[in-house]
Design a protein around this ligand. Structure first.
Ligand code: DAH
Length: 335
């Protein structure tokens, strides 16, 4: 700087700087802005330093006066910055509080909750009702072998149920079970009578899909073996269960045939003016008991296989089985 500065001039500049600083500080609205302002005013290359840079041109004895004045300014600016920072922070906090306030009068948003698939809840209802009659739950594998799925159940090689059309065969004499009846055999092998069990599960058949067929469906197997069970126990149990499940729907027993029961029956309920088969049942064939090493003179019992899809369709008024498998939430969320 070629111009020679005077004490007066410097003091005026410092006064001016202080005024400007006060104005700028009070106009600043955030912490970042204030920090930039601090650097701009008091930093090494800031405005105060620039003014003081000319101090060397003053006579030695005047310099401390300027130094004192500069210190006052620095303190004042620091004080203003700190005060403003407090104000800016509390404004920000007040704003946050106002924005984040919980409005307890706002309508609830509602959290979507998953729920049981109707086939699962129907299975659970069936199982619950039998548990109420003193039955416990048993399970068996979905991949079975020929012995449990057919042979032990008295189903001879030429029985139509063994037809390639009906059964999904796997390698090594394995197959996908076509019904839950093999659980009867597996359970009796491990547990001496008396037994009362229900065995829910998935079963597989080579059926084309239509309104009433699916290659995968669900059954609940029922088995009771004791010392003097007869058909009246079967009938009484089935009727008590159906009444608990369906209420007062008309029910009929129809004579039928299954290789592993004798006599055998199918049970229909009347629904929408038609008879609909919902289970097969019968007295366990003595030859099945014999195959398990049980004396048919001492032990007798009954068994039933319930079609879960049928129970589900009647319970919920569903007329097409495919609806249960398509995972369409608009449909499933109704239940
Ligand atoms: N397992 C038979 C089927 O899937 C249904 C059945 C009939 C099961 C009679 C039984 C029974 O336990 O006693 O077609």
């Amino acid at each position: 700087m070629s111009e020679i500065v005077s004490l007066q001039q410097l003091t005026r500049e410092l006064d001016l700087l202080e005024k400007e600083a006060a104005k700028e500080i009070s106009a600043s609205n955030d912490a970042d802005g204030l920090e930039k302002l601090r650097v701009n005013l008091l930093g090494k290359k800031g405005r105060l330093s620039r003014v003081l840079g000319t101090m060397g041109q003053l006579p030695g004895k005047e310099r401390p006066l300027v130094g004192q004045r500069a210190n006052l300014l620095k303190n004042q600016v620091q004080k203003l910055l700190a005060e403003r920072l407090q104000v800016v922070k509390s404004i920000k906090m007040a704003k946050l509080i106002a924005e984040e306030e919980i409005d307890i009068t706002a309508p609830p948003i509602g959290f979507p909750l998953g729920h049981r698939h109707p086939l699962i809840s129907t299975t659970e209802r069936i199982v619950d009702l039998f548990c109420g009659l003193g039955y416990s739950v048993a399970e068996g594998p979905e991949i079975e072998n020929d012995y449990y799925n057919f042979e032990a159940l008295n189903i001879p090689l030429d029985h139509p149920a063994r037809d390639m059309q009906d059964t999904f065969y796997l390698e090594n004499n394995l197959l996908l079970r076509t019904h839950t009846s093999p659980v009867q055999i597996r359970f009796l092998e491990q547990n001496p009578p008396p037994v009362r069990i229900v065995a829910p599960g998935r079963v597989y058949r080579r059926d084309a899909v239509d309104a009433t067929h699916s290659p995968v469906f669900h059954q609940v197997e029922v088995l009771a073996i004791d010392e003097c069970l007869d058909f009246s126990h079967l009938r009484g149990t089935v009727l008590a269960f159906l009444k608990a499940f369906f209420g007062d729907l008309p029910v009929r027993f129809r004579a039928s045939y299954f290789p592993f029961t004798e006599p055998s029956a199918e049970v229909d309920v009347q629904w929408r003016g038609k008879w609909l088969e919902v289970m097969g049942c019968g007295m366990v064939d003595p030859s099945v008991l014999e195959g398990l090493g049980l004396d048919p003179e001492r032990w007798s019992g009954f068994a039933a296989g319930l079609g879960v899809e049928r129970f589900c369709m009647v319970r919920h008024g569903i007329d097409d089985i495919r609806r249960l498998y398509t995972s369409d939430l608009r449909f499933l969320e109704q239940f």
